[in-house]
Design a protein around this ligand. Structure first.
Ligand code: GDG
Length: 475
């Protein structure tokens, strides 16, 4: 039976776009979490009676829907056990490493899978209650891959889109998953499955053909019931104007100068900003830099490295091990190569407001982004958006999705330490004219594809699927 709610556009994501905070009067309240996805979807949600479903973090379970800043938010609670099994377990201990080239070893546990299924079902059931007749539902990311099919069974009237923010692995890796077929069938509940890159969409279509046995042609899957599913690439981006505005503010400019001053006014500043994650290649990058200092190619007086590592998934064992490894490496490098008042690496295990991020981007001469695998990598695009004077160099891993667009970066293979050393040196020594030429081209590319465009491209393509069916959501 179809029971409809009132939302014409429903976003289903693992997290709500708000965090729990304590109000001025000491009671519980909410604060909007900053992020490109929220700002991209906000206008289209407002224009279409939108609702956002997600986990608010924590283990509160009796939360009611509420309106925050004009956005209808529907919290879905997770128990402590579900946080451990669905979120930390299957999502971040199984799928995350498996989808990132098995950079770390994925763990397969049947209880984790059971919890993943149960949580996906709860999200699908809630979305089915909230969506209006013929509404559009847009499901986000790897934690929610079963939602499209579960939702379609409950509400065949809906138009359903799915977007994967992380890479989709080649068949050779995906097939390790004991639940590979269920995941593919889960995704096939959508009308449109979006990926960061065309290669990921191709991996998906090939797997569907091989493992589920459906007919496919190019980017289309033909289901036995006559329905079609399209798989396509929609490379995500950032809110370019808001970064440019932030970076041009006098306060951020002053803060950037202050940061350089605090670092001892070195002639060049290298910068890395990442969630502390083993996919990001932080360890290898710091080694490459430290060898350049050790071998005398760089001197700590004229080239310092600032590495911001934002705390992430701290209860997952592999993340704790990584943190210890990096602590030890930074300690050793600074012990060996630093001087009084002049560490080689300024390492910050902390998260910062957006203004401070923009100031760091402005303060850095060489931005170093060297993941072993990354769906897109927004940090690379944010750096480019903040370089208003067209200065600065980007050293970028070939294995970040962003490398398909930011071709004027110094592209590196993060597994090749010597290659990275070479690229770091070249970027450090590049003449101004070359830096400007490269940065200008990258800025043009980022300016032409911002996150609002990404959202409307996806929603337009979704509206074009099954045109006879459902309401059309207007971006
Ligand atoms: C996943 C995919 C894909 C980081 N530290 C702070 C902070 N950040 C912000 C950055 C950036 C975002 O977090 C990180 O985005 P990335 O794209 O770099 O990486 P993931 O978190 O792994 O994101 C990735 C993305 O989804 C989108 O589809 O690009 O490939 O892995 O925006 O600025 N922001 C603030 N303080 C911090 O300390 N305010």
């Amino acid at each position: 039976m179809t029971t409809s709610g009132s939302a014409d556009l429903v976003i289903v994501a693992n997290r709500l776009p708000v965090d729990r905070v304590t109000d001025a009067d000491g009671g519980p309240g909410w604060r909007r979490s900053p992020g490109g996805l929220v700002s991209a979807l906000e206008p289209v949600m407002r224009a279409n009676d939108g609702a956002w479903l997600g986990w608010p973090g924590g283990t509160e379970t009796d939360l009611e829907p509420f309106v925050e800043d004009g956005l209808q938010l529907v919290p879905i609670g997770l128990t402590a056990e579900e946080v451990e099994e669905h979120y930390e377990g299957f999502s971040n201990g199984t799928l995350w490493p498996l989808y990132h080239d098995v950079v770390a070893k994925p763990e397969f546990h049947r209880e984790w899978w059971d919890s993943y299924v149960a949580v996906n079902r709860r999200f699908a059931e809630r979305a089915a209650e909230v969506a209006s007749e013929g509404a559009t539902v847009w499901v986000q990311d790897y934690q929610m891959q079963l939602v499209p099919q579960m939702l379609r069974e409950l509400r065949p009237d809906l138009r359903i889109g799915f977007y994967l923010h992380i890479p989709f692995p080649p068949a050779e890796l995906f097939q390790q998953l004991p639940w590979r077929r269920q995941l593919l069938e889960g995704l096939l509940g959508a009308d449109l499955v979006g990926f960061q890159l065309p290669g990921a969409a191709q991996n998906f279509v090939r797997l569907v053909r091989q493992r589920v046995g459906h007919k496919t042609h190019r980017d289309m899957v033909y289901l036995p019931d006559g329905r079609t599913v399209k798989a396509a690439a929609f490379p995500i981006s950032i809110d370019v104007d808001s970064f440019a505005e932030l970076a041009s503010s006098p306060a951020v400019e002053a803060r950037a100068a202050e940061i350089r001053e605090a670092l001892g006014n070195p002639s060049k500043v290298f910068l890395g900003i990442d969630r502390l994650d083993y996919t990001k290649g932080i360890y290898a990058r710091l080694r490459a830099y430290s060898e350049l200092v050790r071998d005398g190619h760089l001197d700590v007086d004229d080239a310092v490295f600032v590495q911001v590592a934002t705390p992430s998934r701290e209860r997952v064992e592999q993340y704790r091990i990584l943190r210890d490894d990096i602590d030890r490496l930074v300690g050793r490098i600074n012990g060996d190569l630093g001087r009084i008042g002049r560490p080689a690496i300024s390492y910050l295990h902390s998260s910062y407001p957006r203004e401070e991020m923009a100031a760091l981007y402005r303060a850095a001469d060489v931005m170093v982004v060297t993941p072993f695998r990354d769906g897109m990598n927004l940090v690379a695009k944010e750096y480019v958006a903040c370089r208003l004077d067209e200065s600065g160099a980007l050293v970028l891993s070939e294995f970040a999705g962003a490398a398909e667009e930011l071709k004027q970066a110094w592209l590196v293979n993060p597994y090749d330490i010597n290659g990275m050393k070479q690229a770091l040196l070249e970027a450090h020594r590049a003449p101004e004219k070359e830096l400007t030429r490269r940065m200008r081209a990258m800025r043009k590319c980022v300016a032409e594809h911002d996150v609002t465009q990404w959202a409307s491209d996806f929603l337009e393509e979704l509206a074009a699927t099954r045109p006879e069916h459902g309401k059309v959501v207007r971006p």
